[in-house]
Design a protein around this ligand. Structure first.
Ligand SMILES: *Cc1c(COP(=O)(O)O)cnc(C)c1O
Ligand code: SF4
Length: 338
């Protein structure tokens, strides 16, 4: 009988290894040493493990899932650019990330075959596109994770952007400060600082991601005068309860990071096990309003499938009446406002 149990366990482990191979064949897999440390320290299905350890369910495709859930494709005038709103563009200089999120909305391109860096000729064409479109006020470096680039390469891109008169603001979307804080060197920080006004938007989904090293990396950026915003994805089993969400938002503000967006999880292939219902997200965010400081409140947004952009989908506080409006308070009671 003892042998039976042992064999059962071995075949389970073999099945697990087989599943991981199958997932890794289809999607990029990487976990940084620091995230591995956090995974080793938490329970086996803890919030960091869930985000980074491959799962056989990624091979399933659920109804409504898409290869390009946010509709980047229809808005890509040249490689490396997504131009959906008049005054801002995404510029994607790399397809690489330090660690790959199992729920990544760009998982069919990020970390996939092909060039890790946007080839020099295409980067030049992307910068030329920005130069030729004077309505572009803001450039958002995204990807991939722009902070995996060497400081020298990043400096070149930021210097070229700074020379375009109509580009007034730069934003960098990244997970690096928490997943690979050793990359936030003095040199990199200086490159970002001198590109001011530049905002770093940190992707973080659980309070436990803020290891001491990660918090120190964020402090280096903020101490250098770089403003930081936070963006998170609402993820089933990771942060879809009031306590976890509240802890995440407070942890961001404690690190001088203003929560900006809470994204409803996009319908990327093989990510159904991460998605919550929209009604659940609305109830969760409604509950935050009274309990958590105003500076901790993110906007709950949905990127409408098909490339229609992001819309706030949080709770409603106003309802129209014939002779005025009703306004809802944090306890859910409505009050007439004439
Ligand atoms: C999310 C996104 C932006 C940024 O939107 P904000 O609401 O300004 O944060 C810009 N362009 C594209 C294509 C996007 O997907
Ligand atoms: S950091 Fe962003 S782009 Fe990279 S794997 Fe995670 S969700 Fe995808």
């Amino acid at each position: 009988m003892a042998t039976g149990i042992k064999n059962g366990r071995t075949s389970q482990i073999l099945q697990f290894a087989h599943d991981i191979d199958a997932v890794a064949e289809r999607y990029a897999v990487a976990i940084t040493p620091l995230m591995q440390e956090l995974i080793d320290a938490e329970r086996s299905d803890g919030p960091i493990s869930k985000q980074f350890v491959p799962d056989a369910r990624e091979l399933d495709s659920a109804h409504g899932e898409l290869a390009d859930p946010v509709g980047d494709g229809p808005h890509a005038p040249v490689p490396g650019i997504v131009h959906r709103y008049p005054d801002r563009v995404l510029l994607m200089p790399t397809k690489i990330c330090a660690a790959y999120c199992r729920f990544c909305f760009r998982r069919e391109t990020v970390g996939q075959q092909g060039e890790a860096l946007l080839p020099a000729r295409e980067l030049a064409a992307a910068l030329q596109y920005i130069r030729e479109h004077e309505e572009i006020w803001e450039v958002i470096l995204s990807g991939g994770d722009p902070l995996v680039l060497s400081p020298r390469r990043l400096d070149k891109i930021l210097t070229e952007l700074r020379e375009i008169a109509h580009v007034r603001v730069v934003r960098v979307h990244t997970r690096v400060p928490l997943v690979a804080p050793e990359k936030i060197t003095r040199e990199l920080t200086e490159v970002l600082r001198k590109a001011a006004p530049l905002f770093v938007v940190l992707h973080a989904n659980h309070a436990d991601e803020f290891a001491p090293q990660g918090q120190a990396a964020c402090a280096r950026l903020v101490d250098a005068g770089i403003p930081m915003l936070g963006q998170s994805v609402l993820l089933r089993g990771v942060n879809d309860n009031a306590a976890a969400l509240e802890a995440l938002l407070r942890r961001q503000v404690e690190n001088r990071i203003k929560p900006y967006y809470l994204h409803h999880a996009d319908r990327a292939n093989g990510t159904a096990h991460f998605r919550t219902g929209l009604a659940q997200g609305r109830a969760l965010t409604a509950g935050l309003r009274g309990r958590v400081s105003g500076i901790c409140q993110p906007a709950y947004v949905l990127d409408i499938p098909g490339g229609h952009g992001k819309s706030p989908v949080g709770p409603d506080y106003v309802r129209e009446r014939s002779d005025g409006v009703d306004v809802r308070d944090v306890n859910g009671c409505w009050h007439a406002y004439e």
